[in-house]
Ligand binder design. Structure first.
Ligand code: HSE
Length: 412
């Protein structure tokens, strides 16, 4: 029987204990050994739980118990999670985490110590919750050069955008509903401003490039400024607005990486991913497009991925699984101004006839639509670098045209 400890008894931590107990027999068959939760670390008391005797408040109880072989971290945040994970690895215990902020910000240091100690540091649940993505990227697609990854990586923002698209609900109302349903936090910033999706795309980019990609180096825009007019224009262009975390590997090996709302053509499979669902589209040079879809958050889906990692740790005690990336290198992230895409621009300030004439002069191949309001139009600009798109927007301003909103399209 392998003994493990679970740090944090919140939504995910309690889900991990539940899945391990409920599916004990099947897990034992697959791990080839039983897995027993010996300790649960939490500052709170849970006297009514049938396993109340497992709770401890002091990390040293876990660190000093040689019987504990695997430590599961479901506390969230970087502190004290980082110290606890590092101490566990240094104490000779493999670590499994669902904590994307920890992996995105401090993953390399933990991977390094895991490697030095011939231990596992696994984090399947950190991206896409219950969706298998870390293992597919590192194992099933290992024969490929990955050329791009684009995903809907945050369920809360996808829920809000879905309500705006399908029910004409304002951003504020949709956010309130998401909060009432328990999807969004009281302070929704990490979701709606893009940080959560950014951490996840950084983890995927680090895995693909083999070098740590830090969230604070990534161009990031959230969805606070998306209006119902933008959503209506997207529909006129046969597209939908989605918050997309993506990166493309350039020929020089550097990556274009960003999190931003984008107009996504309805013909793209990502356009059909609604509500709190997540999806990740990976393009490999041998496989072409592969899409992963499912529940990106929630107690049991996330616990499913955590427990799968625990099983892997148990099965790979002697021969460590090779999940690793090196420290970051300078100049690895290309300037976001160099990204090639077309843009949606919402224009007003002249008669619609004049707006169309100017649009045709400035963007010869542009596609345009009449306004969702009188005296405005919207266009999808010619494809070009983001720097060129900014220059075009400036030229509109110089011609007396107001650019009410602008958004990238998804161009892979
Ligand atoms: N807040 C996240 C989301 C939870 O909405 O997707 C899972 O990381």
């Amino acid at each position: 029987m392998v003994k493990i400890a679970v740090m944090g008894h919140g939504v995910v931590g309690s889900g991990v204990v539940e899945v391990l107990m409920k599916n004990h027999n099947g897990i034992e068959r697959r791990a080839k050994e039983g897995i027993d939760v010996k300790y649960i670390l939490d500052l709170r008391d849970f006297p009514d739980l049938p396993y109340a005797d497992k709770f401890v408040k002091d990390i040293n109880v876990i660190l000093e118990d040689p019987e504990v072989e695997v430590v599961v971290e479901c506390m969230g945040g970087v502190n004290p999670a980082f110290d606890f994970c590092m101490s566990s690895l240094k104490a000779g215990k493999s670590v499994v985490t669902s904590n994307k902020e920890l992996v995105a910000k401090r993953g390399q240091e933990l991977l390094e110590v895991a490697k030095q100690n011939n231990l596992n540091f696994l984090f399947e649940a950190s991206v896409g919750g219950g969706i298998p993505i870390i293992r597919p990227l590192t194992q099933c697609m290992a024969a490929n050069e990955i050329t791009s990854v684009a995903g809907i990586l945050n369920g809360t923002t996808n829920f809000i955008l879905t309500k705006m698209i399908t029910e004409n609900m304002s951003f504020d109302d949709a956010l309130r509903l998401a909060q009432n349903l328990g999807y969004a936090e009281k302070n929704p910033s990490a979701d709606v401003d893009g940080d959560d999706a950014c951490r996840k795309i950084c983890i995927l980019a680090s895995l693909v490039t083999g070098k740590h990609v830090y969230p604070d180096k990534v161009y990031m825009e959230g969805i606070r400024n998306i209006t119902l007019e933008d959503v209506a224009y997207a529909d006129k262009f046969n597209a939908v607005v989605k918050l997309i975390g993506m990166f493309k590997v350039q020929e020089d090996g550097r990556i274009q990486i960003s999190v931003a709302p984008r107009m996504v053509s309805k013909s793209d499979p990502l356009a059909g991913v609604n509500d709190v669902f997540n999806a990740i589209c990976v393009v490999g040079d041998a496989t072409d497009e592969v899409m992963f879809y499912g529940k990106g958050a929630g107690k049991l889906p996330t616990a499913s991925a955590v427990v799968a990692d625990v099983i892997d740790c148990v099965k790979h005690r002697a021969a460590r699984k090779y999940v690793y990336w090196e420290p970051a290198v300078d100049n690895m992230i290309a300037d976001y101004h160099d990204e090639v895409c077309s843009m949606y621009l919402r224009l007003c300030g002249k008669s619609t006839d004049e707006l169309m004439v100017i649009a045709n002069e400035l963007c010869r191949e542009c596609v345009y639509t009449d306004g969702v309001n009188p005296d405005e139009i919207a266009i999808i600009t010619d494809i070009g670098t983001y720097a060129e798109q900014e220059a075009t927007a400036k030229k509109f301003l110089e011609r007396g045209v107001n650019v009410i909103s602008a958004m990238r399209t998804l161009t892979l």
